[in-house]
Design a protein around this ligand. Structure first.
Ligand code: CTP
Length: 213
């Protein structure tokens, strides 16, 4: 157990699909461990789709801010900030819906909020002490997305291309890319080592300060 009782240092990690947000977040977690860092994944807050038939679920726009259950996400981040544990929903990309499990997340001195729209909501931004935008080139992001969606999310080449052109690309340009202006730090080549080193150095100094306060 950590001995820190001050409010947590909250980090937002935003960026387009396939940019490397999860890698940045997992590297911060790996550097300090689960007693010091908790990660909230915005993907897990996609709205419940149980009311839609399995045929309709893949056709939804999952790259629009309205696809997320914002009140629950904000409520959970505030709870963590107040030192309370949460039960984070778990999203299953193969089902296009929440699973029936939840993931327990403990309060920690450092909270990372990671997702396409991590820097979109002003209330969430106000809670953040460090705002990061992972700014990987779109061709690299598309290649990564194609590989991942086929290997891990049960998609076909045609469905990945169709979704990318219909929603992922236009929504990125309309909603996600503009949130870069809110970032304190922009990582130009995804989770590149020097940038992640600078972030973990900052987090280490924050943890030291929190221990002394
Ligand atoms: N998505 C989908 N089907 C769903 C729900 C979401 O295809 N039922 C897609 C959305 O189109 C969105 C993407 O999931 O673009 C969000 O995940 P992404 O940001 O690509 O993955 P992360 O691993 O969180 O990010 P990164 O690759 O940057 O680490």
């Amino acid at each position: 157990m950590n001995q820190i009782s001050s409010p947590p240092f909250i980090i937002g990690v935003a960026g387009g699909s396939g940019s490397g947000k999860s890698t940045v977040s997992q590297q911060v977690l790996a550097a300090f461990g689960a007693d010091m860092v908790s990660v909230v994944m915005q993907d897990d807050y996609y709205c419940d789709q149980t009311h839609l038939s399995p045929e309709l679920r893949p056709q939804q726009n999952y790259d629009h801010p309205k696809a997320f259950e914002w009140p629950l996400l904000v409520q959970h981040v505030q709870a963590l900030r107040n030192g309370e544990s949460i039960e984070m929903p778990e999203y299953d990309f193969t089902l296009h819906n929440r699973s029936n499990r939840t993931i327990p997340v403990k309060p920690a001195p450092v909270i990372v909020i990671e997702g396409l729209f991590a820097l979109y909501d002003p209330d969430l931004r106000d809670l953040m002490s460090l705002k990061i935008f992972v700014d990987t080139a779109s061709d690299i992001r598309f290649i990564r997305r194609m590989q991942r969606d086929i290997e891990e999310r049960g998609r076909s080449v045609e469905s990945v291309i169709g979704q990318y052109l219909e929603t992922v690309r236009p929504m990125h340009r309309q909603f996600i890319e503009p949130t870069k202006r809110y970032a304190d730090v922009i990582l130009p080549h995804g989770a590149n080592e020097p940038a992640v080193d600078i972030i973990t150095t900052k987090v280490a100094s924050v943890i030291e300060q929190l221990k002394q306060s």
